[in-house]
Write a protein that binds this ligand. Structure first.
Ligand SMILES: Nc1nc2c(ncn2[C@@H]2O[C@H](COP(=O)(O)OP(=O)(O)OP(=O)(O)O)[C@@H](O)[C@H]2O)c(=O)[nH]1
Ligand SMILES: [Mg+2]
Length: 292
């Protein structure tokens, strides 16, 4: 008997969805930073066993959209609420309730088995944890609550075993050696965006899009050409920095990570371009993979 299922991870920004995803898959598929709205796409991570295939979806954190890109991000979340075999609703210690009314009623009335994952318990203590678990179990009697630490790989095995029990009998949806639905270029873009989130402040990371235009794998090296888009001229100068030093720094950091990820030497040719208000431009959002 073979089982397969779509297991979708949703929750507020910064609760640790991507940390969980990488922990489950055992690869650095999703980028992780301490800034909210690190994840902008829906990313599949596939875990294969002899008798099961678990297709996890990492999704953007739930926000009230204030520009078109955020609308698209929320469409990824809505999609993930609709097509799950198992929903993983992630919360972090300290969170008391689900603030978004629509999502709250979806979770309350969900016909799909829902596991509430109470994350970051390494930051808590036994007493507070018990209070938190009681609070969530009484609010969501139809869901199961699992205290976890995605960062420390604590109690993750229990969650996986429960998921395997729940998912239906089905042949695999993807080839058994496939890890994700995203192409190699996507991971280049994301790695650069991770460095931009880490090394620039305020609006900069949120105004940036990264597009890899060329990815040429040769015998001993991968040659990559990538464009960093910003919304305004002033942001271009900030990204490049004095004598180009800021751009050089993130390029080098991204390259080193990508060499490990791809297991090969990498060369990146980086350019910065202004694309006025790309975050609100439907055609560009479509081109960048945020809309169908
Ligand atoms: N202490 C602690 N920190 C954690 C844990 N899991 C994640 N974090 C941290 O929380 C921050 C956010 O983690 P992410 O995995 O990027 O969170 P996310 O939910 O994917 O965030 P968005 O993509 O912005 O929605 C990072 O600094 C992680 O290191 C945990 O179990 N314990
Ligand atoms: Mg994330």
């Amino acid at each position: 008997m073979h089982k397969s299922g779509f297991i979708n991870i949703i929750g507020n920004p910064n609760v640790g969805k991507s940390t969980l995803m990488n922990c489950l898959v055992g690869e650095k598929l999703s980028i992780i930073t301490s800034k909210a709205q690190t994840t902008r796409h829906r990313i599949l991570g596939i875990v294969n066993g002899d008798e099961f295939q678990l297709i996890f979806s990492d999704t953007p954190g739930i926000v009230k959209p204030s520009y078109e890109l955020q609308n698209s991000m929320m469409d990824f979340v809505k999609g993930a609420l609709e097509d799950a075999d198992v929903l993983l609703y992630m919360i972090e210690i300290g969170e008391k309730s689900i603030k978004d009314k629509d999502i709250n009623s979806k979770i309350l009335n969900s016909k799909v088995p829902t596991l509430i994952l109470l994350n970051k318990i390494d930051l808590s203590n036994q007493d507070d944890l018990e209070i938190a678990v009681d609070n969530w179990s009484s609010q969501y009697p139809n869901s199961e609550i699992f205290p976890i630490s995605a960062l420390n790989n604590f109690n993750i095995e229990t969650v996986i075993n429960r998921i395997i029990e729940i998912i239906p009998e089905s042949p695999p949806y993807f080839p058994k050696d496939q890890l994700t639905d995203k192409p190699e270029r996507f991971f280049v873009n994301e790695k650069l965006r991770e460095k931009i989130l880490l090394y620039y402040d305020k609006e900069i990371p949120y105004s940036v899009e990264v597009i890899t235009e060329e990815f040429k794998e040769e015998e001993s090296i991968i040659k990559i050409r990538t464009k960093i888009l910003v919304e305004r001229d002033s942001q271009k100068g900030i990204i490049i920095g004095h004598k180009g030093n800021a751009l050089k720094k993130i390029g080098t950091k991204a390259r080193k990570d990508l060499e490990i990820f791809f297991g090969k030497k990498v060369f990146i040719d980086l350019h910065v371009k202004v694309s006025k208000n790309w975050r609100s431009n439907n055609n560009l959002l479509k081109k960048f993979g945020y809309k169908n």
